[in-house]
Design a protein around this ligand. Structure first.
Ligand code: AMP
Length: 217
């Protein structure tokens, strides 16, 4: 199964993707994560992307689509894919169709997480994650059970994303409204979009997402 999680920054795409990976052995394909890894490793792609990302703008369609294609090659055909943060433009959505066809895959579901934008700024600026296993936390909604120690792996190192500050978040949201939201009619026309209340608690959102997967391909 191949699904897209769509929604503005902070909607909970990464959180839900991590749960699907755990429950179904699917693979999360997050272009944001891939780009952050490229920036950290100072690869040519990372060097090109770093400033664009710091401003909260979008990296070129060609770069991200090439990352996705390479990831699908590495994955092999049996593993389901969860696209998280990709596609983000209509051009990327068209490129994804071509990439999937090239891997004998097809898109089964698009899940749009509906959220209240004002709440997102608070969600995003408070979030941090374990540097070792990537488990996500939040200053007010989800602190580690033992202060300073990751619940999942015991690490004491945590990190915040450089682009999770209010100014950059506002730009990222404007980019979402302008360039990503127009993807929805493209998928609506195929009847594969399900809308889920992304403001509900994490477990309730997961239940709804699982319901969509239970519909099958
Ligand atoms: P994310 O982790 O999905 O919030 O992405 C962080 C940043 O990486 C975004 O603000 C963009 O600068 C860049 N990025 C991630 N995915 C894409 C994409 N599909 N297209 C263009 N830029 C992207």
């Amino acid at each position: 199964m191949n699904i897209i999680l769509l929604g503005p920054p902070g909607a909970g795409k990464g959180t839900q993707a991590a749960r699907l990976v755990e429950h179904h052995g699917m693979r999360q394909l997050s272009t944001g994560e891939m780009l952050r890894a490229a920036v950290a490793a100072r690869t040519p792609v990372g060097i090109k992307a770093a400033e664009v990302m710091a401003r909260g703008e979008l990296v070129s369609d060609e770069i991200v689509s090439a990352l996705i294609d390479a990831e699908l090659v590495a994955m092999g055909p049996a593993t389901g894919a969860i696209f998280d943060g990709y596609p983000r433009t209509v051009a990327q959505a068209e490129q994804l169709d071509a990439i999937l066809a090239g891997h004998d895959r097809k898109l089964d579901h698009v899940i749009e997480l509906l959220v209240d934008e004002d709440a997102l700024v608070e969600r995003i600026t408070g979030r941090f994650s374990c540097s070792s296993c990537g488990e996500g936390y939040h200053d007010t909604h989800k602190l580690p059970q033992t202060p300073g120690v990751c619940d999942k792996c015991g690490s004491t190192e945590f990190a915040r994303r450089k682009d999770d500050n209010e100014e950059t978040v506002r730009t990222r949201m404007a980019e979402y409204r302008k360039k990503t939201a127009p993807i929805l009619p493209f998928y609506d026309a195929r009847g594969i979009v399900t809308r889920v209340d992304g403001m509900a608690d994490i477990g309730a959102v997961t239940d709804e997402v699982e319901g969509v997967l239970a519909q099958g391909a």
